[in-house]
Design a protein around this ligand. Structure first.
Ligand code: SD4
Length: 343
């Protein structure tokens, strides 16, 4: 076939493709929607309160996107929690925050290494909705936030974080090795403020489905306490800390971010769901992959995944005991202890 014919044929096919695509995948009905009951799930105990914030939208027929933003804002505001500005600083004494958000149409936004802004999740949403980009970091992200009307908060540590930092400075140990996130776990990232046995987590991941059957997700964190300055984990990275495919499901991750990034954690969970696995089995297979990659060292780290599929089924899995997730729907409001692969 001569080149001109090939070109004509391929442009004919591609224009037919475009017509078909436009016809079958219109803006409002991009994918078959499952009209279902709304549901929201989020990581760790703080998820119980965060889910209530999400429910203010979901319970009234609101959008999953609004729900996942409002939900994690609750946690970002809680001084007693290690997610927002009240969280532990990096090893130079500064709190740096990371967050991302993703809707039902593959729109996503993310901020990382953001300082002095109370609600990084809302800045991430503005990045998604008001810029041609997906990620803004550091001073650029802060500049954008201020230009968007966010308040620049004072650069000071919360009393708990100040105490924890002072304690940490005594040894200044930096060993990003273990982060067993259970009530008794005390890795190098575990500050002494939790010596009472209570463990607060520095991350919340949330995924939700609304009454229209559309999915969205959010993830926000202060990262690991006493991290190297400039360190990012998985939480602001689309595909690692969070992924949403409205045709299939949504997933989020928590735990040692480095090990989630190297196997594109949340995206991997969604792909397993695409292959037909339930959310719990998809999370389990992804955890098994982390363990396989880490080998012997898997005993020293905690990673957990949490997922929701298009049918409204949920599930989570962790490497170690201690990961729990909060579920809220019309008929459920509870904290579920996730299964795990290693004792
Ligand atoms: C990070 N994944 O920055 C986060 C930490 C986390 O509960 O999930 N902590 O690596």
């Amino acid at each position: 076939m001569n080149t001109r014919r090939k070109f004509l044929q391929s442009s004919l096919f591609s224009s037919i493709g475009i017509v078909l695509t436009k016809k079958t995948l219109g803006a409002s009905d991009s994918y078959p929607t499952v009209k279902g009951k709304p549901i929201v799930i989020s990581t760790w105990d703080a998820g119980l309160n965060a889910n209530k914030g999400a429910w203010n939208h979901l319970g009234k027929g609101g959008r999953a996107l609004d729900a996942v933003e409002a939900g994690v804002m609750v946690t970002e505001s809680e001084q007693s929690c290690c997610v927002g500005l009240g969280a532990n600083p990096d090893r130079d004494g500064f709190v740096t925050l990371d967050a991302c958000i993703m809707d039902d149409k593959f729109n996503c936004g993310s901020v990382a290494f953001l300082e002095r802004i109370k609600h990084p999740i809302s800045v991430a949403r503005r990045v998604m909705e008001k810029t041609p980009h997906v990620m803004l970091v550091g001073s650029g992200a802060q500049q954008f936030a201020v230009a968007e009307g966010f308040t620049l908060e004072p650069q000071e540590l919360s009393p708990d974080a100040k105490h924890a930092y002072e304690e940490w400075l005594k040894k200044s140990e930096y060993k990003p090795v273990i982060n067993i996130e259970n009530s008794k776990g005390h890795g190098p990232f575990a500050p002494s403020q939790f010596d009472n046995g209570e463990w607060n987590h520095d991350t919340i991941g949330m995924v939700a489905m609304d009454t229209d059957g559309n999915l969205s997700g959010s993830c926000t964190t202060s990262g690991m306490g006493f991290k190297m300055r400039g360190r990012l984990g998985d939480s602001p990275i689309i595909g690692a800390g969070l992924y949403v495919d409205n045709e299939v499901g949504a997933a989020t991750a928590t735990g040692q971010g480095e090990d989630v990034i190297r196997m594109a954690g949340s995206h991997t969970v969604v792909e397993y769901m695409r292959q037909g696995l339930s959310p719990e089995m998809a999370c389990k297979k992804a955890i098994e992959r982390v363990v396989k990659i880490k080998g012997e060292k898997a005993k020293d780290i905690q990673v957990a995944f949490l997922a929701l599929n298009k049918k409204g089924e949920v599930g989570g899995y962790a490497i170690h005991k201690g990961f729990s997730y909060a579920v809220k729907s019309n008929d459920r409001e509870e904290l579920v202890k996730a299964k795990y692969v290693m004792d």
